[in-house]
Write a protein that binds this ligand. Structure first.
Ligand SMILES: Cc1cc2nc3c(=O)[nH]c(=O)nc-3n(C[C@H](O)[C@H](O)[C@H](O)COP(=O)(O)OP(=O)(O)OC[C@H]3O[C@@H](n4cnc5c(N)ncnc54)[C@H](O)[C@@H]3O)c2cc1C
Length: 409
């Protein structure tokens, strides 16, 4: 049976970046639970989990991620901001060089003026008038291809969005192999090497590797760790958000979401279109259309309080989380009112950045190693909620681990 130098579990933001780095020197096998999804079919990879089993009674936080080659980067809306650099530095991890590398490879730059839509311009004008300091979002999008359809979270029909597929393609051209529809369940140490036990299209299979990198994302990594005998702490964060909005007297064209934002200490406010607003208004007997809705997302740095079990996720909003959301809603409401929205409604709480479930400094040392000697690298290793898009940092962390491995050989 073939033995690989490295088995990498998961092909998302961090896993793909490690694979790209080390595949030039090592014999790499990527094990991916999902299948190949083209960018315009990415919506088929959506995985929606509810934070509570009895949510009909208690309310819930809906947690989103993607199962498929490229991971959740396929659904991401192209925001590439720097976050958590200082928290990581405190742990002895400097990712400055790797951040620059990703930014250059993905041509990360603020949204050009010509691609900023009417709602976003209104948001910028009105928030400035209210004394806030909006910024233009840095995006990893090819703006010659982007048509501003506002559907980045479904994939990308125009192949404009930069995703981890770029790193997967490079890794494969370096000689890496990828096994899709393989769900890793457990990692075991066998003398100096490791085995990954999993299900290949539902059939048990064991992979042998000299080393393993677990990059299955914030929701699945803790399951594999717990199965492998490594107990994980109850520190799940999701960067909880709500979108508030309503009907406006004007008519707008479709546009790029989150093209601008206002950063605050514990949350950010950014223009975001949500179909839910139309449905919620309808329940209140207010008829609206896609073109006359304005929405603003309030995304908070939530408390790390929650955990993943075999078949369920427990995640709660703490009192502090509620306070942060309320502070954001108060500011966003003022901006919406100034933009001509009378009746403001809110979506349910959602979390699209699950992580913190195998943190550096607790489950891992600052070389990303577990007590068993294999590595973990994905959103689960972040020490606290970023309250901001984490993909750039996660890719940089993948590159950092790759470099550590190359430098130690
Ligand atoms: C709609 C949406 C929009 C977003 N937009 C942005 C954005 O614009 N900017 C930003 O920075 N962030 C964004 N995010 C968040 C960002 O995409 C994620 O934080 C990031 O991709 C997480 O990276 P990761 O490596 O931890 O996991 P993932 O990218 O989720 O990768 C994990 C991979 O592991 C695979 N896997 C899982 N379990 C197993 C298993 N047992 N065996 C084998 N494989 C397994 C999965 O299929 C997946 O491919 C968005 C998220 C969503 C849902």
């Amino acid at each position: 049976m073939e033995e690989y130098d490295y088995a990498i579990i998961g092909s998302g933001a961090s896993g793909a970046a490690v694979a790209e780095k080390i595949s030039s020197e090592y014999n790499v096998l990527i094990l991916e639970k999902g299948k190949n999804l083209s960018l315009n079919q990415a919506k088929n990879g959506y995985f929606r989990a509810s934070s509570l089993e009895d949510f009909e009674k208690n309310g819930k936080i809906e947690i989103l991620s993607c199962v498929g080659v490229g991971g959740t980067t396929l659904l991401a809306i192209g925001n590439y901001v720097r976050t958590q650099e200082f928290e990581l530095k405190k742990l002895g991890i400097d990712i400055e060089k790797e951040l620059i590398e990703v930014e250059n490879e993905f041509n990360v730059s603020p949204v050009p003026k010509k691609n900023i839509g009417e709602r976003t311009n209104l948001f910028i004008e009105n928030s400035k008038e209210l004394g806030y300091e909006p910024r233009i979002m840095p995006k990893g999008i090819d703006f010659d291809k982007c048509r501003g359809c506002g559907k980045c979270n479904m994939g990308c029909k125009f192949q404009a969005k930069k995703t981890s597929l770029q790193y997967i393609d490079k890794a494969i051209s370096n000689g890496a192999e990828i096994k899709t529809n393989f769900e890793a369940l457990k990692i075991e140490k066998k003398l100096k090497n490791f085995t990954v036990q999993g299900l290949n299209d539902g059939v048990s299979e064991t992979i042998n590797a000299k080393n393993v990198i677990l990059s299955a994302g914030g929701l699945d990594t803790p399951k594999v760790l717990n199965n492998s005998g490594i107990k994980t702490p109850k520190r799940l964060f999701v960067d909880t958000f709500v979108t508030i909005g309503g009907k406006c007297g004007q008519s707008f064209k479709d546009e790029l979401n989150m093209a601008a934002y206002i950063p605050f200490k514990d949350f950010l406010v950014s223009p975001y279109y949500s179909e839910r607003i139309i449905k919620i208004l309808k329940e209140r007997k207010i008829e609206s259309e896609r073109d006359n809705i304005i929405g603003l997302m309030i995304k908070i740095k939530d408390d790390s309080l929650g955990y993943v079990e075999k078949n369920s996720i427990k995640k709660y909003c703490t009192g502090k989380d509620v306070q942060k959301i309320s502070n954001g809603v108060a500011i966003a409401s003022k901006i919406l009112k100034m933009s001509g929205v009378d009746t403001i409604v809110s979506t349910e709480a959602i979390g699209a950045h699950p992580g913190g479930t195998a943190p550096l400094g607790t489950t891992l040392d600052n070389k990303f190693k577990t007590e068993m000697g294999f590595y973990v690298c994905d959103a689960s290793i972040l020490p606290e909620a970023p309250g901001a898009p984490p993909m750039l940092t996660l890719m940089a962390l993948g590159k950092k681990l790759g470099e550590n491995i190359l430098n130690s050989s």
